[in-house]
Ligand binder design. Structure first.
Ligand code: ATP
Ligand code: MG
Length: 332
């Protein structure tokens, strides 16, 4: 069956992001509940058709850790992408509701994300490019899957003209303009896993003697002596939907919990300062600390690939562990 607008009935809102919005819909001919992602594309019909052709690859993407694709279609300024509905939503919203996610569950999430990334790269040579908690979805069967990967070059181009690229999950080498590789996804995975385990966006800097940050004084609030905590809330990230706002958004400051930091300052920080870690020491298993440390090696050549990370002891141990994800998913 091919997807068409008339066959879908909207039954709710699932959320929205930089690229567009997501609706809960019923596919009337089959009765299937789906998530319909509406992406506003300010481009010629020819470009929108090219995007549709490129999205076709998704029909061949089948993996237990990848959100299924039902089809896509164009409706005037939009491209609509119909995806498997994940009834427990995304991990950003989940941890904001529950607080820090238990480390064994974070381990299962790490395994799911790495498996999905390995499948995408090994089978389709696809690099995700947008790994973050809002693109990790959960359902009440306890399944964890990733979505929103960069399958269409044209779609990436169209959205790249908007604000999307300036994400705080971006690796140091990407911030400095290097090509995307599968290693960049590993960095984003590391940042995301710390965020889930701590229950907050992690950008902490243990720097009692750091003079580089002195020009940010007054914009960062020290939470402990000798330890600057930066805690940016995604909710406060400036939203933008069209090119006109670009300059304005670049200059807007991110605020949260008493600190303010411009996007540029944050990006500079990611490049110049030590990577965040799973802290405080002793709170989490050593293997999990060591795992995120290797995800967050600044040198992409030293950083392992998703496939290599699947062999890490933390992941090997978590695979053998019986973690009840159905029971966990029933708690929110
Ligand atoms: P950004 O635009 O910065 O990438 P985002 O990932 O939150 O942020 P969208 O991809 O537009 O933005 O998704 C909006 C919200 O819709 C998500 O946060 C998620 O909670 C929800 N969502 C997306 N896809 C699905 C799905 N397949 N099933 C259930 N909920 C979904
Ligand atoms: Mg998303």
């Amino acid at each position: 069956t091919t997807m068409k607008a008339d066959d879908l009935r909207e039954i709710g809102d699932l959320g929205s992001g930089n690229g567009g919005s997501v609706k809960k819909v019923t596919h009337l001919p089959t009765g299937t509940t789906m998530a319909k992602k509406i992406v506003l594309i300010d481009a010629k019909p020819s470009v929108r058709k090219q995007i549709l052709r490129e999205l076709h690859i998704l029909h061949g993407c089948h993996d237990p850790h990848i959100v299924s694709f039902y089809g896509a279609f164009v409706t005037d300024p939009n491209v609509c992408i119909c995806l498997e509905f994940m009834d427990k939503g995304s991990l950003d919203k989940i941890y904001k509701k529950t607080g820090p996610i238990p480390i064994d569950v974070v381990g299962k999430i790490a395994f799911a994300v790495l498996s999905g990334l390995t499948y995408l790269y090994d089978v389709h040579r696809i690099i995700h490019r947008d790994i973050k908690p809002s693109n990790m979805l959960v359902n009440s069967s306890g399944e964890i899957k990733i979505c929103d990967f960069g399958v269409s070059g044209e779609l990436i181009n169209s959205i790249a003209d908007t604000f999307v690229g300036t994400s705080t999950y971006m690796s140091p080498e990407r911030i400095q303009g290097a090509q995307y590789t599968v290693k960049s996804d590993v960095w984003s995975t590391g940042i995301s896993l710390i965020e889930l385990a701590l229950g907050r966006f992690p950008f902490s800097e243990s720097s009692s003697d750091d003079s580089d940050l002195s020009d940010l004084e007054g914009t960062l609030s020290p939470s402990r002596p000798g330890n600057l905590q930066m805690n940016l809330s995604r909710a406060e990230k400036p939203k933008k939907t069209n090119k006109k706002d670009k300059r304005k958004s670049r200059g807007v400051s991110l605020q949260g919990g008493g600190m303010t930091m411009s996007i540029l300052e944050l990006l500079q920080h990611i490049v110049n300062e030590p990577a965040p870690r799973l802290t405080p020491e002793g709170r989490f298993p050593v293997e999990s600390e060591e795992f995120v440390d290797s995800c967050l090696l600044k040198d992409p050549d030293a950083r392992p690939t998703p496939k290599e990370l699947l062999n890490h002891v933390w992941i090997q141990d978590i695979k053998k562990k019986d973690v009840d994800l159905v029971a966990w998913a029933a708690t929110f």
